[in-house]
Design a protein around this ligand. Sequence first.
Ligand SMILES: *Cc1c(COP(=O)(O)O)cnc(C)c1O
Length: 379
Amino acid sequence: MIKYLDLKSITAMHGEEISQAVQRVAASGRYLLGKEVKHFEREFAGYIGSPHCIACSNGLDALSLILRAYKELGMMTDGDEVIVPANTYIASILSITDNALRPVLVEPDIHTMQIDDSLIENAITPRTRAIMLVHLYGNCAFTDRIEQIAKNHNLKIIEDNAQAHGCRFAGSSSAPRRTGSLGDAAAHSFYPGKNLGALGDAGAVTTADEALATTIRAIANYGSSKKYVFDFCGRNCRMDEVQAAVLGVKLKYLDADNARRGDIASRLMLEISNPRITVPSPRFWNSSVWHIFPVLCPDRNELQHFLAQNGIETIIHYPIPPHRQRCYASCSAESSPLKLPPCGLPVTERIHAEELSLPCNQAMTDDDVTRLIATLNDF
Ligand SMILES: *Cc1c(COP(=O)(O)O)cnc(C)c1O
């Protein structure tokens, strides 16, 4: 049996060190707002290459905090628009509607599966304030063209880096930089299944904007920067000490884990030769950290069933696109919370109908990979 993602094995790879970290916190008597969180914030900021890191409760809160802070700082107001890829996990879009802002959905490019940068300018209106880039599946969504568009139109770039810890962007003008340091602010998720995963919920914001960082830190702590003094009607979005200690251990192994994912992905791209299955092209995926290895297959459900019968677990990311979810059911109406392009979202629809995620992670052996490839080529 090849599991899609065997979290028990992944934790066990550094089990002793993780247990020691948990026990250190348990014995310390300090469970929130302590030195473990401070230490992790410093390490993660350094890793990403960003001056500030605010650890928080989860990835959705990280995204929401960024937008909320821009509102508090007077840079956005109710009804302003945020451009976002139409094919993303629902959390990206929830963070926008949660702040009474309007998501403007833009189609992805079928080759990269990232937002199509040639369609962004058409989606800009006088109300547009930001482009939310989602580095989906671990591939980089940032481009030189997007940077230029944001500059020309005075838009913030917010990165949803939930799936791409460790991914690097090599632009035409500068040395490679990590996703999470490319825009004005970035949200990270440490959900257990992410490339850098905690033993529960956790997230972070990284930014070079000091005012934004200070505001986010206050909002995430009841709106307070000084005990019992409240500048904002804040929330409780803190990361706890146990998660910070665990993440501090796992961060040391992230590059090695991503490299292993990269080796497996290279084999999958090279050796899967079934004409019914479209694999990512190395040309468009060379920066990916392979949070997800997505293939497209018109007979996706049949393929998933065939693999399951052969003891291979797969997942669909994601079966229903956000604009077809019941929570945004009014999306064709004038009053809709979502703004869709007039010609609909055929590329998004295709990805959601045909995508299947193959196992691709450091818990797999070389034999697992060989068997996965052979089974796919038998389909
Ligand atoms: C996981 C994920 C989130 C949300 O992160 P949580 O920590 O689960 O709240 C946001 N965006 C994307 C693209 C994700 O994959």
